[in-house]
Structures are given as structure tokens and as C-alpha cells.
Design a protein around this ligand. Structure first.
Ligand SMILES: Cc1cc2nc3c(=O)[nH]c(=O)nc-3n(C[C@H](O)[C@H](O)[C@H](O)COP(=O)(O)OP(=O)(O)OC[C@H]3O[C@@H](n4cnc5c(N)ncnc54)[C@H](O)[C@@H]3O)c2cc1C
Length: 530
């Protein structure tokens, strides 16, 4: 089959872009270096008979239009909206339970603080209205600051109107929250340390920032734009994210895309300032006038393109694009579900969503502190799920898998060595968890530790950064990945970006892939479109 477009990487964004481009009549070829599709969103066997969500374990959520356009539910994807969505042990024997129903959550907060219980509905409402306004920005191409086009000006005008419609109080709050430290923001609303920590955790997830870092308020808002529920809805997919990305690949193929795995792109070749072809590691050259990279911006521009094709100023800006990974992953095969102190009732019913380990703002900040000096936190912030609860086939009968997001494990280690780090990560997780779920270590049959270094080497994430680059005020929206190039286009004609290093770049939403496909189609001459 002749291809007019090459897409680098079969992560969920590359697959989304492939689907929309194929739907529009293009003939995309997706080239993926790993043996399977999905990028950071896979479900793989890590011990005989045990499969886990290898890296990501909850789903963005994916933009609803993508779910319906790709007909993901018809393809067998079962999205799970767990209830409870979060359980957060305090470490003193009590646990705060966040339900889907805000009324039940309020009642769960009451024993901790009647004042906080009274404030919860108001906070949920404020976050939801802010998220509602920001949601429209997720699906738009950030406008050019220098020379906005007519349609960009029109979009900006509409955004301005929606902003005004928020009203004085809410619009002022939105402007004020962004630059704030999320710790201050949470403390303005609530007095319970544990509640503050759960609210704040979404603003630091995957970043090299702690709750006291300025600008984490903006990351909270970015999260609210895709899911405005305090702490998050914890949506997942039965069978893990691999089920989702396999279905996305099927949708892209059915629309007309071809997907090749085991195809590592070594170079993007440029001719007369325009994309011309890619060369694979085995020397194969594949010609295409449109190339869409789902790899991160640093890897794309500094790893795959001859520097002579880019202006030194642009190269400097990409070098300055920050990718300080702070996350490790651990997967455990368990003989049974652990029991958390303070959680009455059936473990399987209680543990459907996420378990948040990070009982206070200072705990989270201390966990971050260690990473600033190149060390792994001795008491890390953990975000845990049990994927086998939603799909029993992920573990042998009666057994379970536990998926643990571990933060902070800095990519830039003080002693520079990763020897033995996998075991150290798994060991630290268990030592930490013993305080909340005594006996958990005795349940462990197999363990897998995935370091930030492995995230770079095996999964292609430069700096081990789970978002393809820091989510921070200076790297968002019109500045993602860099000012002047936030429109998915690049200084090389015909070369586009579609991965998480572009707006909005905030987990498994598919928005970057969909927005990029729209820009690719816009850039094509009318005759080249369907
Ligand atoms: C440990 C971890 C935990 C996370 N937890 C969550 C979570 O719970 N919820 C959530 O919503 N998000 C989570 N995320 C973030 C989320 O997974 C990512 O934001 C998302 O998967 C990025 O998708 P993508 O398609 O942009 O890129 P990727 O998934 O990174 O895909 C890029 C693809 O490009 C391929 N590639 C790179 N270079 C080349 C090349 N030269 N040639 C060919 N192929 C190439 C890679 O192999 C990869 O398959 C997590 C990420 C990690 C790492």
C-alpha cells in the first residue's frame, strides 16, 4: 500500500491521529519501535499468569468524542467508573473514602471535620465550573501569539466571552488559582491535612514539583479541564489500558491506517526544509511528505533530525524544554488483596478505584524534597490500583495484581547509578505500604520495578518524563512545547507533533492526537484532502 503520511509511534495519541487522518482519506503508516502498540498505555504479563497495567493505570479520561468516533465500546472496551473512586488512609487508622456521589463523600469527610464537610460541595462546584470553562481549551489548537489568524482571533473572542460568562467571582478565582501553590489553594478551602493532600495530589502527579511549588494551581486546573471531580474520577478500563490501545489500533486500521510494530525510526530526513522520509534502524527508508511524530519533542528534534535542518535558536529552546522525570512504576503479583486499616467491609468492593498514599501536604512535600537532591523518597507518594478486580483474567484464580505509581524517583540520580534500583523501588513501596496495609509484603509472589531510566530506554520517554515534558505554567498551552510552535506544526514543512509534549499533554485524553490530525488536514492543499 502507498502511504502519504508516516506517524512515528503507536502511543494512544499516534493511534488517534492515525484514525482521524485515515477517516479523512489519508493513508497513514504508523511505525512503532516496540513489539506492541500502546506506548505508556499497555497491559503486559510481568510474571507467569499475571498481567498488569504496565505503566499508566487510570485513563485520562479520554475525550468523549474520541470514544464515540472510534466506537471503542463496540470494540469491547469496558470503561469502569469505580465507586469508591479513591480511598485515602490517614496512617492513624482512619480512611477517607471518596465516592461518586458527592453527598456520600461529604458524609465521609464529616468525621474528620464538619467545617470541611460543609465546604466540599462548594469546592466541587467551583472546580467543576472552572473545569467546564477550561474543557473547551483542551480541544483547541493554541493560537499564535505573534500573528493570530482570523479563525484564531474568532476562537479567542469566543473564549473571552465564555470567560466573562463565568461571572466576576469565578473568573477572578480562575486567574488567581493558576499561579498559586496548590498547598495554599487546598488550605484556603479545607483544614483536614489528608483532604488537602488528596486534592493537591492531582496537581503534582508526574511532575517535578511538590505541593508548595508555585504554579501547581494551574496543573490542578488542567486536570479539572478533563475531569473536574476533586481528586479525579479514577476511570479505568477492564483488562487495563492495553485493551483500550488495542481497540484504538483496530479502529485506525479499519479506517485505513497501517500499523507496523518493531519499526524503530532512526532519522527523519529533510529535503529543502521539508519532511521527505524516515529511515528505520534496519536502514529501510520510507518516503512521506507528511510526518507526524508521537515521540516527545526532545527525542523528535534532538534525536531524530540532523541539527543543520533547525535554527540554533529553536534547538536551544527545545534543549531548554524541561523533562525531569520523577516517577517509577512497580507491579506486584499478590496471593490476595491486602487489607487496609480503617477500611471496613469487602476489600474487593473498597479497592475498585485508587488508593492514595500521601496522608498530608508535608508528607507530599518531603517526598518531593528528596528528589530535588537526586534521591528517591524514603516515604514516597503512591497511587495504587488493583486491575485484577475489574478483570479476573489478569491473575490466576483467587490472586491479584497491584499497580503502583511511585513518586518521587528522580531520573537525575545523585550517584548516577541504576544498579539494583528496581528492587529498591519495590522494597520502598512495600515498606511504605506496610504502615497502611500490614501484611501486604507477605502476599507478594512476584514484583516488577520500572525505573525512570527504563522509561527512557524501553518506552522512549526522554528524561523518563511521563508527560513527555514537564507540565508547568511555562510549558502549557501556547508554550507547549515552545512559544511559537504550539500548533502541532514545526519549523520543518510537513513535520508535525502529536504526542503528549503538545497541548494539552495531560495523560490519556487523546486530545493531542486529535488536535494534531486536524492541523495536518488544515495544512494540506485542498486537492490532497479526501
Ligand atoms: C509510569 C506512568 C504512569 C502513568 N499513569 C497515568 C495514569 O494513570 N493516567 C493517565 O491518564 N496517564 C498516565 N500516564 C501518562 C500517559 O500514559 C501518557 O501521557 C500517554 O500515554 C502518552 O501518550 P502518547 O501517545 O502521547 O505517547 P506514548 O504513550 O509515549 O507513545 C509514544 C510512542 O512512540 C514510540 N516511539 C518513540 N520513539 C520512536 C521512534 N524513534 N520510532 C518508533 N516509535 C517510537 C514509543 O515506543 C511509544 O510507543 C502515565 C505514564 C507513565 C509513564
Amino acid at each position: 500500500m502507498a502511504h502519504d503520511t508516516v506517524i512515528i509511534g503507536a502511543g494512544h495519541n499516534g493511534l488517534t491521529a492515525a484514525f482521524y487522518l485515515a477517516k479523512a482519506g489519508r493513508k497513514p503508516l504508523v511505525l512503532e519501535r516496540r513489539a506492541i502498540v500502546g506506548g505508556c498505555a499497555t497491559s503486559e504479563e510481568f510474571a507467569p499468569g499475571y498481567r498488569s497495567a504496565t505503566l499508566a493505570h487510570t485513563i485520562g479520561p479520554l475525550r468523549p468524542a474520541i470514544v464515540s468516533d472510534m466506537q471503542l465500546e463496540r470494540r469491547g472496551v469496558r470503561f469502569v467508573r469505580p465507586d469508591p473512586r479513591i480511598v485515602a488512609p490517614s496512617g492513624d487508622g482512619r480512611t477517607l473514602v471518596f465516592s461518586i456521589d458527592p453527598g456520600r463523600t461529604t458524609e465521609a469527610i464529616r468525621p474528620f471535620s464538619a467545617k470541611d464537610a460543609a465546604k466540599y460541595a462548594e469546592f466541587s462546584g467551583a472546580l467543576s465550573r472552572a473545569g467546564g470553562f477550561l474543557s473547551s481549551l483542551v480541544d483547541m489548537t493554541p493560537p499564535s501569539i505573534d500573528a493570530p489568524s482570523k479563525s484564531e482571533l474568532w476562537e479567542l473572542l469566543k473564549t473571552g466571552r465564555r470567560f466573562r460568562a463565568l461571572g466576576r467571582k469565578e473568573s477572578f478565582a480562575l486567574l488567581r488559582w493558576g499561579p498559586m501553590a496548590v498547598a495554599d489553594l487546598a488550605a484556603e478551602w479545607f483544614e483536614t491535612d489528608l483532604l488537602q493532600a488528596v486534592v493537591a495530589a492531582r496537581a503534582i502527579y508526574g511532575t517535578a514539583m511538590g505541593p508548595w511549588s508555585a504554579g501547581t494551581g494551574a496543573i490542578l486546573l488542567l486536570g479539572a479541564a478533563i475531569d473536574p471531580v476533586p481528586g479525579g474520577s479514577s476511570i479505568t478500563v477492564a483488562g487495563g489500558p492495553g485493551v483500550l490501545t488495542r481497540a484504538m489500533a483496530d479502529a485506525a486500521r479499519e479506517a485505513g491506517a497501517e500499523i507496523r510494530t518493531g519499526a524503530d525510526v532512526r532519522q527523519i530526513n529533510v529535503k529543502d526544509g521539508a519532511a521527505a522520509s524516515v529511515t528505520l534502524s534496519d536502514g529501510t527508508e520510507i518516503a512521506a511528505k507528511t510526518i507526524v511524530s508521537g515521540a516527545d519533542p526532545r527525542r523528535t528534534f534532538l534525536g531524530l533530525i540532523d541539527p543543520v535542518e533547525l535554527e540554533p535558536g529553536f534547538i536551544t529552546r527545545i534543549r531548554n524544554y524541561r523533562v525531569p522525570g520523577t516517577v517509577a512504576k512497580a507491579n506486584f503479583a499478590l496471593g490476595g488483596l491486602p487489607s487496609f486499616t480503617g477500611l471496613a467491609g469487602q476489600a474487593a468492593a473498597n479497592l475498585q478505584g485508587r488508593v492514595h498514599i500521601g496522608p498530608g501536604i508535608d508528607y507530599l512535600e518531603r517526598a518531593f524534597d528528596a528528589s530535588k537532591y537526586g534521591e528517591m523518597s524514603a516515604a514516597p507518594y503512591l497511587d495504587i490500583t488493583f486491575p485484577s478486580i475489574h478483570d479476573a483474567s489478569m491473575a490466576p484464580a483467587g490472586r491479584h495484581v497491584m499497580s503502583v505509581h511511585v513518586q518521587y524517583v528522580p531520573f537525575a540520580r545523585r550517584d548516577g547509578s541504576w544498579d539494583g534500583a528496581e528492587d529498591a523501588i519495590a522494597g520502598t513501596v512495600l515498606k511504605t505500604l506496610e504502615q497502611y496495609a500490614p501484611g501486604v509484603t507477605a502476599l507478594v509472589e512476584h514484583r516488577q520495578g520500572i525505573t525512570p531510566h527504563a522509561l527512557e530506554q524501553e518506552f522512549g520517554l526522554t528524561g523518563g518524563h511521563i508527560h513527555h515534558g514537564e507540565l508547568a505554567l511555562d510549558q502549557l498551552f501556547t508554550m507547549r512545547p515552545t512559544l511559537g510552535w504550539a500548533s502541532y506544526r514545526t519549523p520543518i514543512d510537513g513535520l508535525f507533533l502529536c504526542g503528549s509534549g503538545t497541548h494539552p499533554g495531560n495523560g490519556l485524553t487523546g486530545a493531542s492526537g486529535r488536535n494534531a490530525a486536524r492541523e495536518v488536514l488544515k495544512a494540506l492543499p485542498r486537492t490532497a484532502r479526501a
